[in-house]
Design a protein around this ligand. Sequence first.
Ligand SMILES: Cc1cc2nc3c(=O)[nH]c(=O)nc-3n(C[C@H](O)[C@H](O)[C@H](O)COP(=O)(O)OP(=O)(O)OC[C@H]3O[C@@H](n4cnc5c(N)ncnc54)[C@H](O)[C@@H]3O)c2cc1C
Length: 284
Amino acid sequence: MKLPPFEYACPATINEAVALLASHDGEAKPLAGGQSLVPMLAFRVASPSLLVDLRKLAELRQIKIADDGVTLGAMVRWRDILDDARLRKVHPLLVAAVEHVAHYQIRNRGTVGGSIAHADPAAEMPGIVVTCEAKIAVVGKAGARVIDAANFFQGPLMTALKPDEIITEIRLPAWPAKRRFGFQEFARRRGDFALAAAMLFYDEDGGKARNAHVGAIGIADRPLRLPAVEQVLNGNKIDEAVIAKAEAAASASVDPDDDIHAGGAYRKALIGVMVERALKSAAA
Ligand SMILES: Cc1cc2nc3c(=O)[nH]c(=O)nc-3n(C[C@H](O)[C@H](O)[C@H](O)COP(=O)(O)OP(=O)(O)OC[C@H]3O[C@@H](n4cnc5c(N)ncnc54)[C@H](O)[C@@H]3O)c2cc1C
């Protein structure tokens, strides 16, 4: 289908972009790689009066690595993450997740900021920011603010962003070198959105897990942490018995709806299996 009519602007500064968004009474939208927004326009799910293209904002394309963590500019593309060899070392869970995002063509244009602003409950990056307790830096006409990932996602395609706000950065906390992690996803075809995926990490103290973080996507209206599973892991050696308990706790923690892709009961069982596999790969 052809796109509905809209005005187009391509500002050279973030301030200009914010001013343009603020000038259209909530009817303007930022455009990143267009990988979700353009299909939404074609299907008439969105009909903004103005698209504010962020592609000239070079400061949003940076990947910064420092002692306190990794900062991804909102316009960093999936391809930039996969091509940056440093990230495999300093944030292997992020890279493992991005390897599951979509297909080549989409990875060449799709961005991290666009993904979390779009807030698809089955998308990998929202799961990563929630699991890792990332901070999301945004700027709007009222100034800059930082939103905890835990408070960012409010439902399918709904976030805490105001209409005049642009995501500028995603800040992932530092990743200790010996941290154990796992990412497991099940999709009908490689590159499709997940039917369910589990992502997790933990540190070790005397052979026992501590600081466990377990996240899940595809099983609710937003990405979730699974605190009941984290409780099973913390203070324990990750062996077969603990993994079996964690699998059961994961399934018991969620209550997915049926939809056109899978039944709720199937997804409930699937997330247990994803947690089990992610833990086995972390422990190995
Ligand atoms: C066939 C197909 C398969 C896909 N499979 C997957 C998959 O398996 N996993 C996955 O995670 N994704 C998948 N995607 C989506 C893809 O990852 C996109 O990269 C992602 O949705 C964001 O696209 P984009 O960066 O081009 O943002 P756009 O499409 O340009 O924008 C998306 C939304 O975010 C808003 N936005 C963009 N940037 C900002 C910003 N900086 N601040 C505030 N708001 C902003 C826009 O206004 C819009 O509402 C798939 C897409 C397609 C077409």
